[in-house]
Write a protein that binds this ligand. Structure first.
Ligand code: SF4
Length: 330
């Protein structure tokens, strides 16, 4: 990483640094669930990745997404259609959301379910790996919705603990899902935030699919646009009878995609709210990103930004000064 004297920084870069991370890296629009959860490892490292334009795709990430694709194809087919407007792009997301909720009713299982909502005024979007209706372990007469994320591992056993980033990811999915079930969201605020025209008709290819799927079922005057598709979304969630109460991380062996087992954990609303309050301040630019606390300094060993990380260099300097002070006293 290049470090420059502030007075030499060109004005366009200075302007960038004056912007909040939400304005600077996401154009003040949609944040993803992983934009929040990924900050749990080291905020500063994630911030450096944002400045660098994102993480480079590793072989492990590539294999992971191939395994995800295979799992998705076991549940449903995928068709590709061209998009011509940003309204088409969001139309496909809403269509897939309605399709996913329908699958949950019909097959008691759905994969790659789009989800969205607001966190302290910031619009957040994510894709849930899987939701499934399963019998409860200690009471097989009772069913629960299980929200699950699939992780791939190079080691052929499941880890002892679920990392905080994965816990926050799943807890935020649950929070957004529950809010959609409760129907408390404001669709006009979503269209305004994303700068979408809810009445613009979808392009021909998507309009045809939407018409075939919903015109007959929903209303005679159904126009294929975001406003009407959002009504179907609200209607679909209105039929969901419960929230997702079990959070699961399912592990697959990276080498052959075989199942290694799962870990489960409880939803902790306080823990999630505190985490979101902290990370929202970062995204809104109300505070600077933080490096890892001293007890997590082991994370710096494999960090590609370690040589120039200001946080780490300051901690080393502080430690040296403390050592000197100790010697002077003794
Ligand atoms: Fe975070 Fe350590 Fe990397 Fe700095 S060196 S970005 S503190 S992990």
């Amino acid at each position: 990483m290049e470090i420059r004297n502030n007075s030499d920084v060109p004005s366009d870069i200075k302007n960038q640094e004056e912007k909040s991370p939400h304005e600077r890296f996401r154009d003040s629009k949609s944040l993803s669930v992983t934009d929040f959860s990924s900050l749990a490892w080291c905020e500063l490292q994630q911030h450096y990745f944002f400045i660098a334009g994102g993480r480079k795709e590793t072989l492990a990430m590539k294999i992971g997404s191939e395994i995800h694709n295979k799992l998705e194809l076991q549940e449903h087919d995928i068709i590709s259609i061209p998009t011509h407007t940003k309204e088409d792009i969001w139309g496909i997301k809403l269509y897939n959301l309605i399709f996913g909720i329908d699958s949950l009713f019909i097959n008691l299982k759905t994969r790659e379910l789009p989800i969205f909502g607001f966190v302290s005024g910031l619009f957040v979007f994510g894709i849930i790996d899987q939701i499934e209706m399963k019998p409860v372990f200690d009471d097989i007469s009772r069913d629960e919705l299980v929200i699950s994320d699939t992780k791939t591992r190079t080691k052929q056993y499941i880890p002892k603990y679920v990392p905080p980033s994965v816990k926050f990811q799943l807890m935020l999915y649950k929070k957004l899902f529950d809010e959609l079930v409760q129907g408390t969201f404001d669709e006009m605020k979503i269209f305004q935030t994303l700068d979408l025209n809810p009445d613009l008709e979808f392009s021909k290819e998507l309009a045809n699919i939407v018409n075939i799927s919903y015109k007959e079922k929903e209303m005679k005057e159904f126009k294929p646009n975001l406003r009407n598709l959002m009504k179907v979304v609200i209607n679909s969630f209105g039929k969901v009878w419960k929230s997702c109460n079990i959070l699961e991380v399912n592990y697959k062996f990276q080498k052959d995609g075989s199942d290694l087992g799962s870990k489960y954990f409880d939803y902790d609303e306080n823990q999630l709210d505190n985490y979101l309050e902290k990370t929202v301040k970062y995204w809104k630019g109300d505070r600077k990103p933080e490096g890892v606390p001293i007890e997590d300094a082991w994370k710096c060993q494999n960090c590609e930004f370690a040589d120039n990380c200001e946080w780490r260099l300051n901690k080393i300097k502080e430690r040296e000064q403390n050592k000197r002070a100790l010697l002077e006293i003794t």
